[in-house]
Design a protein around this ligand. Structure first.
Ligand code: T4K
Length: 369
């Protein structure tokens, strides 16, 4: 074992001295949570940065999924992807909703819109796609299907902070979108998340839901939960917003280098930028064709670890393989051939703003060897 450990990601941290002055102000104000000054300020700043009219902050990226389903009163069955972080499907389970898995498009690893209609039943009420790795789903096609069958669409946009298609924010698509601001994301508030909607009345309902359902001191309008973000993390988020563009550009440069140097490695493939899309370079997945590469995905994965290069196999295993879900008929591997193929061949290479040139070189060397 040699060299410093290179991890799949590293959090974007604001300068500590700048953060101290925010902390002093919070100490002075003695207002720590419950829709405080910095909470309101961050909601405003994010609306402007992300080009959307209404954002509700949350304490993580899972609760907005759970609350979106509550706010839209979704029940029965929801069509979703097995190729995601397990929180996507867990949010359905926590609402007593049956997930119905549909296969993915291997080009994007997102749900394949051409396979959605066949999964619709009289119990279907919504579609929950994920913009995996921040690559935008085909939102137009998904909306056409939703409109045809009267279904709601909730996008899990946990990876899609700042992603735009044709100058329009991707999180403006569908009925609602959710974001995660977890430490491992392009933009973080340590833990945190948000729910994006299109009108004031819906935002009001979401804000009730994340505060136990309280509409005022004595009125509870819904069985809400506690999903509120505190002032310290909101202030941290305001600061991090100043640095996120620079971080995304640093990631972009790393993606350019990975592509340039890995393009001719037989058996290794990766995704290209999509035309008209402003990407955030949140992940850099490569896919290993064992026959051509001469080594399986897992052999490469563990060989990299021996050299202290810690990629991650996001998203292996598929959600549909976990014990809670594998009994569902839609979890049958025959229903999900592309998802299995991608999950069994993926390694997300280290990708973050602070990777040095030498570290990127070490990652490339491991894949090329
Ligand atoms: N929907 C989707 C599509 C998601 O991907 C996620 C979360 C959610 C919903 C739910 O959002 P949250 O409720 O989490 O906000 C991580 C994250 O915990 C999770 O947020 C994320 N997706 C998922 C894809 O990845 P792990 O178990 O892989 O994280 P962990 O702790 O192994 O960290 C990975 C690497 O990051 C470490 O090896 C080193 C680095 N790291 C991590 C942390 C936490 C740091 O350098 N510093 C840190 O503080 O799940």
């Amino acid at each position: 074992m040699s060299d410093k450990q290179i991890t799949v990601t590293s959090p974007l941290l604001p300068p500590l001295d700048e953060f101290f002055s925010y902390l002093e102000d919070i100490w002075d104000k003695k207002w720590l949570t419950n829709n405080g000054y910095y909470h309101q300020e961050l909601e405003r700043a994010l609306c402007e940065y992300l080009k959307v009219p209404y954002i509700s902050l949350f304490t993580n990226g899972t609760l907005p999924l759970i609350c979106a389903l509550q706010a839209l009163r979704i029940s029965g069955e929801v069509i979703t992807t097995p190729y995601s972080f397990v929180a996507t499907t867990h949010s359905l389970w926590w609402n007593g909703i049956k997930p119905v898995f549909v296969d993915i498009d291997p080009q994007t690893c997102n749900i394949d819109p051409d396979k959605i209609e066949a999964a619709i039943t009289p119990k279907t009420t919504a579609i929950m796609p994920v913009h995996v790795y921040g690559k935008p789903c085909n939102t137009e096609k998904i909306q056409e299907i939703a409109d045809k069958y009267g279904l709601k669409v909730i996008y899990d946009a946990a990876h899609a902070f700042g992603v735009e298609v044709g100058g329009k924010s991707i999180i403006d698509a569908g009925d609602m979108s959710t974001l995660s601001f977890h430490a491992t994301k392009v933009y973080n508030t340590i833990e945190g998340g948000a729910l994006v909607c299109h009108d004031e009345k819906t935002k009001q309902r979401i804000d009730y839901l994340k505060n136990f359902g309280f509409a005022d001191e004595t009125t509870v309008v819904a069985p809400g939960i506690n999903g509120k973000m505190d002032e310290i993390r909101a202030a941290y988020g305001i600061l991090n917003l100043k640095y996120v563009d620079r971080a995304i550009e640093a990631r972009h440069q790393i993606a350019i280098r990975y592509r340039r140097e890995l393009r001719n490695v037989s058996g290794i493939s990766f995704m290209e930028d999509m035309p008209g899309v402003k990407h955030n370079y949140s992940y850099f997945p490569i896919f290993v064709n064992a026959e051509q590469y001469g080594m399986t995905r897992d052999e490469l994965y563990f060989k990299m670890r021996e050299a202290n290069v810690f990629g991650r196999r996001y998203f292996y295993p598929l959600i549909s393989e976990f014990s809670t879900y594998r009994g569902l008929s839609s979890a049958n591997p025959e229903n999900l051939p592309n998802a299995y193929r991608m999950a069994n061949s993926v390694i997300c290479l280290p990708m973050h703003h602070a990777l040095s040139k030498d570290e990127v070189g070490r990652v490339i060397e491991q894949v090329k060897k």
